[in-house]
Design a protein around this ligand. Structure first.
Ligand code: NAD
Length: 291
């Protein structure tokens, strides 16, 4: 079994930064890479403010915070990011062609023993793995948002993943303080077979004029005791990601995953979610956009 010491995270969006923070807080050296330097800077700033909150709450000393920062390196070059890494975690958009190209590129740079994990929410791990010469070392590690708070990680071996890679991944998940949830490599795995239908139906309720967005979220919080409503959650996940997952599940599993017309309409209009200022809610005015 490979002993993980250094990790590279590729993609500094909603998920990448959180994965980096959790790895660094667990004592791993970790580099963060993105094609866009501004996104890297924002991600590092988010990590810093999140760690400062821990310090101000007395959950971490200033010295420990410095050590955590010291373990994080940000780079804009893929070769520099994966240098010396023995685990690479991919967190780029939920598009098969983008992921395959990245895995192909990484395969040319990294020695065969380096384990490649994908944070895909739904796509086939085997298909991504086949972009490399060593599909046995490719595995799904599906983190959940917010990564620092969520307690579980789905671990998804494909039919091509070796037992060795699976053991290393399970061990790594434990080392970062998360529980492993092992799923077969089938569209959506466990959680994203369930969650997208719930979120999608909330969009349909708004689309059909049954209730406004705020009322639907309030209903789920007050009656189902969910900490956050499905539409608020969709805005946090990012509407493009929610739509990509639904489109893939619709294609693979059928009609019940057909994306809501409202979700499509919002994405087409550039309402990508909270990080972009507007999703189903407008965070610049705090009022629901569509009600
Ligand atoms: P995001 O769009 O916020 O971030 C993706 C980042 O990848 C962007 O900053 C982009 O510039 C960068 N990127 C694109 N191509 C790249 C490349 N070739 N090399 C380096 N960087 C590249 O996406 P996200 O929400 O962080 O999602 C990333 C992955 O994690 C997706 O597969 C998604 O399905 C999955 N995921 C997302 C969530 C969530 O709540 N958002 C939860 C679990 C899993």
């Amino acid at each position: 079994m490979t002993r993980i010491t250094k990790i590279a995270v590729i993609g500094a969006g909603i998920m990448g930064g959180g994965i980096v923070q959790v790895c660094a807080q667990s004592g791993f050296m970790v580099s963060l890479m993105d094609l866009d330097d501004k996104i890297i800077s924002r991600s590092i700033a988010d990590i810093q403010s999140s760690i400062q909150i821990l310090v101000s709450k007395g959950k971490m000393t200033s010295e420990e915070a410095e050590e955590v920062f010291g373990r994080i390196k940000s780079v804009s070059d893929l070769s520099a990011a994966v240098r010396d890494a023995n685990l690479v975690i991919e967190a780029i958009p939920e598009k098969m062609d983008l992921k395959k190209q990245l895995f192909k590129d990484m395969d040319k740079i990294c020695p065969p023993e380096v384990i490649f994990a994908t944070n895909t929410s739904s796509l086939s791990i085997a298909q991504i793995a086949l972009a490399t010469e060593h599909p046995e070392k490719v595995i799904g590690l599906h983190f959940f948002y917010p990564v620092t708070i969520s307690k579980g990680v789905e671990v998804i071996p494909s039919l091509l993943t070796s037992d060795e890679t699976l053991k290393t991944a399970l061990n790594f998940t434990k080392d970062i303080g998360k529980e492993s949830l092992v799923s077969k490599d089938f569209p959506g795995f466990i959680v994203n077979r369930l969650l997208p239908t719930f979120i999608n139906e909330a969009f349909n309720l708004v689309w059909q004029g049954i209730a406004p967005a705020e009322e639907i979220d309030r209903a789920c919080k007050l009656t189902l005791l969910h900490p956050i409503g499905p539409l608020e959650m969709a805005d946090l996940i990012g509407l493009e990601t929610v739509l990509s997952v639904l489109e893939y599940l619709h294609q693979e599993l059928g009609e019940r995953y057909r994306p809501s017309p409202l979700l499509k309409q919002l994405v087409n209009a550039g309402n990508y979610g909270k990080r972009h200022g507007k999703g189903i809610y407008d965070y610049r005015t705090i009022n629901p956009h569509f009600s």
